[in-house]
Design a protein around this ligand. Structure first.
Ligand SMILES: C[S@@+](CC[C@H](N)C(=O)[O-])C[C@H]1O[C@@H](n2cnc3c(N)ncnc32)[C@H](O)[C@@H]1O
Length: 277
């Protein structure tokens, strides 16, 4: 489901970076990326259940592909979540998605107070399809929802007194990153449970947005995994749903394939049922 509330967002101003389309389940759309949207694949999984979707699609996947899906699922970490607010540059948007996915994080939350989030296609290289993207129009609502799921929500700013190394990773943690120019608004920082800084040792006053997101989440993911004693932490229901989604993303025309397989099975089931005398 999408979380969009408040004022309409403005579009990114550079025509070279068209906004990616929303809600295209088999295409390259950001909205098809995961938990933020509810697309045809989600509806398919809702209707038939993840196991039936996997059973219908498995014959079309190689053993190597399925093994790779299992390997990535086992390493998926749901308890470290990056959040970005009002990203200006689609190259930064894409780099944040790519780093999150590559680190094995399952979720990226996006606050669009003034700017619509966009990702440059050449940089995501399709990796946006494997993660859950959740959009918000207000930072406080995003922070509240994360807290309700048990997350501690931290602002990131070079001006914070607490260094990243002191963040407590015994509980799930979400970290919010600000705009390339203005950083995070004071209201967003106030809506968080604290603020942390990446220590800076040079003349430069701040890291680039996507660089700081990669540095912070890589550090937190490593410590969180060490604390958990395992690489992945998604519960069985979320893993089953994700497996079905990833199978569907790997098979062309997956929705039709599943519907036909299920209807064949149903017809077969009716035909083979014992007839009453
Ligand atoms: C280019 S910086 C914006 C700098 C802005 N002038 C400021 O003072 O916050 C973009 C974002 O990267 C993150 N960031 C950059 N350097 C950081 C640091 N040393 N510690 C924590 N976060 C940092 C913050 O989220 C920041 O809002």
């Amino acid at each position: 489901m999408w979380h969009l509330t408040g004022d309409p967002v403005r579009k990114y101003r550079d025509p070279q970076h068209e906004p990616l389309p929303d809600g295209d389940p088999d295409g390259d759309a950001l909205a098809a990326a995961g938990g933020g949207r509810h697309d045809a694949i989600d509806r398919l999984i809702d209707h038939h259940g993840p196991d039936a979707v996997c059973a219908a699609l498995a014959p079309l996947l190689t053993a190597e592909r399925m093994a790779r899906v299992e390997e990535v699922l086992a390493a998926r970490l749901g308890s470290v979540v990056p959040v970005v607010e009002d990203v200006y540059d689609p190259h930064n948007g894409a780099a944040v998605i790519r780093s999150a996915e590559a680190l094995g994080l399952q979720e990226l939350q996006v606050i669009e107070t003034g700017l619509r989030f966009q990702a440059a296609r050449g940089i995501t290289r399709g990796c946006h399809r494997w993660i859950d993207l959740v959009r918000w129009r207000a930072a406080a609502a995003c922070a509240d929802a994360l807290r309700a799921r048990g997350f501690r929500v931290l602002a990131t700013t070079p001006h914070a007194a607490t260094p990243l190394a002191e963040v407590d990773v015994r509980a799930p943690v979400a970290v919010i990153f600000g705009n390339e120019h203005a950083g995070l608004p004071a209201a967003t920082i106030a809506a968080c449970d604290g603020a942390v800084a990446l220590p800076m040792s040079g003349f430069t006053e701040s890291f680039n947005l996507s660089v700081s997101a990669a540095l912070v989440t890589s550090h937190l993911a490593m410590r969180r995994r060490a604390h958990l004693g395992r690489t992945g932490d998604l519960d069985p229901a979320r893993l089953a749903r994700l497996r079905a989604r990833w199978y569907a993303l790997k098979v062309r025309g997956a929705v039709g394939v599943v519907e036909r397989a299920v209807s064949r099975q149903t017809r077969g089931g009716v035909a083979t049922e014992p007839q009453s005398p």
